[in-house]
Design a protein around this ligand. Structure first.
Ligand code: QV4
Ligand code: CA
Length: 479
């Protein structure tokens, strides 16, 4: 369950938050496949409650398992999965298994036209009835595991996953998706479900569909959303035996570090020594769809696309360092934390549109961090470095670091007043390399800075103080 089943040497998934299925299909073919992205985390594909004003979070209120949402129909979903797999890009479904809809109104309508009664606990399109839910308590105390698992998160009707009927419904839902060709699942709100229930559910999942290019007997990739910043009784280690787990401490610590509230030199032992999961168990990211807008826990220090250089440099570190399974965020612009994706007045999502330079047209509202030139180059760097260990760690003062991977090298200066001026071991074969931070290698040479690596792999490097500055390069950027 810890194998993402990426094609070839791919390493990283992107969360195309709230994207329509047809747009994801073309994005796989035109950009993600060619640029070496490994997979896409998609928004929940099952029918959700329609909430007034169409906030993004209505999709975390399942009303049935019909595959019909604002992102598209079942047919569009099938088409997208097929085309992405053909382009070498895997699909991971955000699976909301903990609960159904939330309170506020009784008679509720879903995106597929189904109806539900919150007060009566009736979801006829599934069907679920009163006997399928836990009691009427709300989660108040996160230090009480029983309450966190058996009471309602934000009023959302809490399914009882120990009931055979509930388990069967969830397993059938996931198996339908597996048969359609998805490679795995993000398990939403995993902390709010008992590990033994989840284990039983995972155990009944089909192997991945070999006609979509998966090896025989491949188990679905499972990564579980558990926010554990060290202060609660429920910990990531209760879930890591079952599959991978989101490592929110990484996002939190990277936010502090690249905001200058911790020293980069301490990154010499980034990984489990920072009380984080073993590398093979951890899904790591700089920000996610919750903490970029203040939802969930521990959002305070998190860096997002709004933060410019510190965000970009956190991405440089995340993607160059061997720790964890990396996921990058692709967002839309918002003014308030409830605001849904770009949509017409009747609620239809407006598809992203691209400018001639390949960037998303911001007039539509999509940010598309994954299309940033730097992002695509960092994905290439990570794919080249593969599973090679970190070598040649170097640091000076508090805020100057450098390290190498097999065929790749990175250096960062975040000192306010001190220049980085040093001879650094890159581990690279001698030659002239193109820095990929501000430019790239092209037919005509290098649009970035040139780096001269001598016969023994040394690089004489100068990086100015003041704002953050960095260089990164790899074997494919050798001129
Ligand atoms: C409110 C009140 C209730 C009240 C109710 C009805 O809080 O007390 O009874 O109204 O009047 C939305 C609203 C929330 C509302 C709720 C129910 O924001 O105010 O309750 O709906 O109608 C997303 C959003 C939530 C959203 C939810 C459901 O972030 O704001 O709630 O979707 O639409 C913890 C968990 C972690 C979780 C995180 C947010 O441990 O697992 O909180 N993260 C995941 C997802 C997240 C999602 C959910 C879980 C729920 O990443 O996006 O929440 O599926 O840290
Ligand atoms: Ca629960």
């Amino acid at each position: 369950y810890k194998q993402p089943h990426y094609e070839g040497k791919r390493t990283t998934m992107v969360h195309l938050f709230e994207w329509p299925w047809p747009s994801i299909a073309t994005e796989c073919e035109q950009f993600l496949g060619p640029k070496g992205f490994g997979g896409v985390q998609i928004s929940p594909p099952n029918e959700n409650r329609i909430v007034n004003g169409r906030p993004w979070w209505e999709r975390y209120q399942p009303l049935s398992y019909l595959l019909h949402t604002r992102s598209g129909t079942e047919q569009q979903l099938i088409d997208m999965i097929t085309r992405c797999n053909r382009a070498g890009v895997r699909i991971y479904v955000d699976a909301v298994l903990n609960h159904m809809t939330g309170g506020g109104s009784d008679a509720q309508t879903g995106t597929g036209g189904s109806l539900a009664h919150y007060e009566k606990h009736q979801y006829p399109a599934v069907p679920y009835g009163p006997g399928d839910f836990n009691g009427a308590c709300n989660i108040i105390d996160y230090q009480a595991p029983q309450q966190v698992r058996n009471c309602r998160l934000l009023s959302l009707l809490d399914l009882n996953q120990s009931k055979p009927h509930v388990r069967q419904v969830l397993v059938n839902y996931m198996n339908r998706l597996i048969d359609m060709g998805v490679a795995g699942f993000r398990i939403d709100a995993a902390k709010h479900m008992w590990p033994q229930d989840l284990e039983a559910i995972y155990g009944q999942l089909h192997n991945l569909n070999t006609s979509h290019g998966f090896a025989p007997n491949s188990r679905p990739f499972i990564f579980q959303e558990v926010i554990d910043l060290g202060s609660e009784r429920i910990t990531t280690s209760e879930y890591s035996p079952l599959g991978c787990v989101t490592e929110f401490r990484a996002a939190n610590e990277l936010g502090k570090l690249f905001r200058g509230r911790n020293a980069l030199k301490w990154l010499h032992n980034w990984g489990p020594d920072w009380s984080m999961l073993p590398s093979g168990d951890a899904v790591v990211f700089v920000d996610n769809h919750d903490n970029q807008r203040g939802h969930g826990a521990g959002a305070g220090d998190v860096l997002t696309h709004k933060d410019g250089k510190p965000y970009e440099t956190a991405l440089v570190f995340l993607l160059a360092h061997p720790y964890g399974l990396t996921r990058v965020m692709s967002s839309y612009a918002f003014n308030n934390s409830d605001q849904g994706p770009p949509a017409t007045s009747d609620g239809a999502i407006v598809a992203p549109r691209f400018l001639r330079n390949g960037q998303c047209d911001h007039l539509v509202g999509w940010i598309c961090e994954h299309r940033w030139p730097l992002m695509a180059r960092l994905i290439e760097l990570r794919n080249i470095a593969g599973s090679s260990p970190l070598t040649h760690w170097w640091s000076q003062h508090d805020q100057q670091i450098a390290f190498a991977r097999a065929n790749a090298f990175v250096a960062i200066n975040m000192e306010k007043e001190k220049e980085l001026n040093a001879k650094l071991q890159t581990g690279l074969p001698s030659g002239v390399y193109c820095d990929i931070i501000d430019g790239e290698k092209s037919d005509s040479g290098c649009s970035g800075r040139k780096l001269y690596v001598d016969a023994e792999g040394w690089l004489q490097l100068q990086l100015p103080p003041g704002s953050i500055s960095s260089v990164a390069t790899h074997i494919n950027a050798k001129l």
